[in-house]
Write a protein that binds this ligand. Structure first.
Ligand SMILES: Cc1cn([C@H]2C[C@H](O)[C@@H](COP(=O)(O)OP(=O)(O)OP(=O)(O)O)O2)c(=O)[nH]c1=O
Length: 197
């Protein structure tokens, strides 16, 4: 249904992004970057997440010429605070206590670098509203181990879905890749085309 003229490379170690990009039914390779995400300085959350996505994607683009590279970064923003992937049990508990009975924003920046060096970058935002979470539920969820490799300390696609009352925006964006927005950018830039077969 879709075709591409250049090799596609996903610049991400995230199995969730791999699964989401796989839904386009196009062949692609996975290459990971080794950049230090904390080196990005920015005035807004949107610029920060764009900066990190670009850093990862440019790093892979240097190693993969003649390919179109897609990279992304996801952050969870509660009020003006960035809730990183929790490193400890205490940090995971504290993230979830903040998110309980409140709304927050999940931002994913996607960077596309074409073989001619042209860069496209955009940010998709989804608002997520959490149920009230009892301390008992928070601790049980944290002890399941689910929060630790995830921005904000939860996964909407796993048992963490029980924490979510509703969302406004693209679900896939929360999981780590706004597939519909990415698809329309790839079509607009003629990186992918519809094929008859
Ligand atoms: C909020 C939320 C985040 N996440 C994940 C998506 C991202 O993988 C992760 C945020 O970390 P990222 O740094 O964006 O991505 P990553 O380290 O997993 O992979 P890479 O840098 O190689 O691309 O949190 C979920 O899986 N579910 C959720 O509901």
């Amino acid at each position: 249904m879709l075709k591409t003229n250049y090799k596609l490379v996903l610049a991400s170690a995230s199995p969730r992004r791999k699964e989401l990009l796989g839904m386009l039914a196009l062949p692609f390779e996975v290459m990971t970057s080794e950049v230090e995400e904390t080196s990005v300085q920015a005035n807004t959350m949107q610029d920060y997440v764009k900066g990190v996505a670009l850093l990862k994607t440019r790093d892979v683009a240097r190693k993969a010429p003649n390919a179109t590279i897609i990279g992304a970064d996801t952050i969870v923003v509660y009020k003006d605070e960035l809730l990183h992937k929790p490193k400890t049990r205490e940090e995971a508990i504290s993230h979830l206590q903040r998110l309980s009975d409140n709304k927050h924003v999940v931002m994913t920046a996607v960077a596309i670098i074409e073989p001619n060096g042209k860069e496209t970058i955009f940010v998709e935002e989804t608002t997520v509203i959490f149920h009230h979470l009892s301390q008992e539920l928070i601790e049980a969820y944290v002890d399941s181990g689910d929060p630790f490799d995830k921005a904000g300390g939860y996964g909407i696609q796993t048992v963490g879905t029980l924490l979510v009352k509703r969302i406004e925006g693209d679900y896939n964006n929360v999981v780590g890749l706004p597939l519909a927005a990415l698809f329309s950018q790839l079509v607009a830039r003629q990186i992918i085309q519809f094929a008859k077969e």
